[in-house]
Design a protein around this ligand. Structure first.
Ligand SMILES: [Zn+2]
Length: 325
């Protein structure tokens, strides 16, 4: 562009010179009596015109170059600002994305007292627990059945208003009086008027505990078992719906799908099952690395069931999480 304006200036210069020379040449052709002074004066005029034209060309060229430079400067400046804005927005998005190390540790809703039933447990302790169970309508229930170590036990939480009671029941190796007494406790817990919350369908897993009559003769009403995994999925999808710009946003229904881009919806297929740790992580922003801590798993089912049963909204969950920070 600077090159073009220079050419423009020189063209102007040449044109100006021609205009000044032309009358002088014509005059020379028609008259032979011209004197020397006149010729010198004309050459002075031509030289003067040449200098003025050149100066004019330089001024025009300088002005044009100046404005072109300002234009280029403004363009570069606006482009830089646009790039910086894009970078800043990208950084903001990265900051919004939550990461594992920001998670706090799992906190149960209530305090709890623990009992362990094994071959050394007294009958009186089981009687106390039977009384506690009779005053409780809702329980959380975890089974552990390790085929390799053959270690089998239950963990049952008696969900009570002030504090919970956690009972760990080892599987007895043989039927005895204490085992029968424990069977009575299980009969109270699995009474059809109660609700025993589980994570996943554990019904068939109970066959490994047939040392207890209640499981041997299938004296459990299946409706007593409440699979909180299904209930959680329904509650979560209802309250933590897709973002407005999500490709999985559909009229009338809210399901997981492969077009979903929401960071708060970790599962992308309708048949996907929520793990307990993922449910705790996405609901309460708590770390739940508890593969071997079955007591914490029981307490986690209770914590999730509390928000589901009380139909907490996304705003209530947000307030609850913020309050605990
Ligand atoms: Zn989505």
């Amino acid at each position: 562009m600077i090159h073009n304006s220079s050419i423009y200036s020189y063209l102007l210069l040449i044109l100006s010179s021609i205009l000044n020379i032309y009358p002088s040449v014509c005059y020379n052709e028609t008259s032979t009596s011209i004197n020397k002074d006149s010729t010198v004066r004309k050459w002075n005029i031509i030289t003067w015109d040449f200098l003025v034209s050149m100066l004019l060309g330089i001024i025009i060229s300088t002005v044009v170059n100046h404005y072109q430079f300002e234009l280029i400067k403004a363009t570069i400046q606006s482009s830089t600002e646009a790039i910086l804005n894009m970078y800043s927005k990208h950084n903001e998005k990265q900051n919004v994305r939550k990461i594992m190390k920001d998670l706090k540790n799992f906190i149960p809703l209530k305090s709890f007292k623990t009992y362990h039933i094994d071959s050394d447990t007294s009958m009186e302790t089981i009687d106390i627990l039977i009384d506690e169970a009779k005053q409780t309508q809702r329980f959380s229930f975890i089974t552990h059945d390790n085929k390799v170590s053959e270690k089998k036990f239950f963990i049952i939480e008696f969900i009570q208003p002030s504090a919970s009671v956690i009972v760990i029941i080892d599987r007895f190796q043989e039927s005895n009086v204490l085992c029968n007494k424990t069977d009575n406790l299980l009969l109270v817990i699995f009474n059809e008027s109660n609700c025993v919350q589980t994570w996943g369908d554990i019904f068939h897993g109970l066959f490994g505990f047939q040392i207890y009559d209640i499981f041997l003769y299938e004296r459990i009403d299946r409706k007593t078992l409440l699979n909180m995994e299904d209930n959680f999925k329904e509650w979560y999808n209802k309250n933590f719906s897709h973002n407005e710009n999500c490709g999985q946003l559909l009229d009338f229904i809210d399901i997981d799908g492969p077009l979903c881009s929401c960071s708060h919806r970790p599962y992308k297929f309708p048949e996907d099952k929520w793990s307990l740790s993922m449910a705790i992580m996405y609901t309460f922003h708590e770390n739940f690395e508890l593969s071997h801590d079955y007591i914490q798993q029981c307490l986690a089912i209770t914590k999730l069931s509390h928000v589901i049963e009380n139909e907490w909204t996304r705003e209530q969950i947000h307030c609850f999480n913020e309050h605990l920070k």
